[in-house]
Design a binder for this molecule. Sequence first.
Ligand SMILES: [Zn+2]
Length: 304
Amino acid sequence: MEDGKARRRLKAIRTRGAAVLEQARRSIDIVSDGEQTRQHFENKQTVLIRDRYEASVPSVVGAVERKAPVFVEDAKFLRTLTDRQIKWTLPGPMTMVDTLHDGYYGSREKLAWEFATILNQKARELEAAGVDVIQFDEPAFNVFFDEVADWGVATLERACEGLKAETVAHICFGYGIKANNDWKATLGTQRRHYEKSFPLLQRSSIDTISLESHHSNVPLEVVELVRGKRVMLGAIDVANQQIETSEEVAETLRKALEYVDADKLIPSTNCGMAPFPRNVALAKLNALSAGAAVLREELVGAQV
Ligand SMILES: [Zn+2]
């Protein structure tokens, strides 16, 4: 028992330490542990996710409740590894509802409000553990437009209620798995999905909006719709292993400056890079850092 525990602890130190070190080496300002602490559940059922692909997911079999903090120890540990800002990612209420089988509530909205309350408790604990940036992933916002307007943004705001940490809504077209890539191929050259959620988010209490850009066929003028918010802009394609050049990254960011002030622009990846081999993910992180540096120099140069 004790041996197993010690081994797991050692593994955690090695893998998360490596993730933090690789980010620090590349001067990444907001550091995460690479989401190595994602949880697995019992009572799985197969459902259709995002109207797109089937997956085996947890099933709600009774009233949902939060038993014990899940991530707090992991967050505290990450806090000890770096002095930089740290980010923790949680699923948003709508995306949670869409990623499980409900055998109890019979209402997506009702279940979303329950999750929002629980997520808010989790987020407050993470903030107390020293997390600076709390990101809620809401890829479902690019699919269920009516629900986004009815209760999606409202439940997300509930999840963020009272937080002093920076809050982020990450809305993407999914990471590079086949079902997502096939779906993206059907979306044409003008993906206007963000036009539905951004006006609502602009009026919301959420601090930062995270969106896809590079290779995503998203018209950049959608960024104008969240004017005043901080914008985490995806300048790295996660559906393709081709490594971006620093100039490509800089160009994506440069174009966005027409719609967002430079001090509110946070260069990022389109989504997570978990499906990539390590060397690809690290090379893409290099490109992100180098591209941001190119633009930073230009902006500093322009001020002199
Ligand atoms: Zn994403």
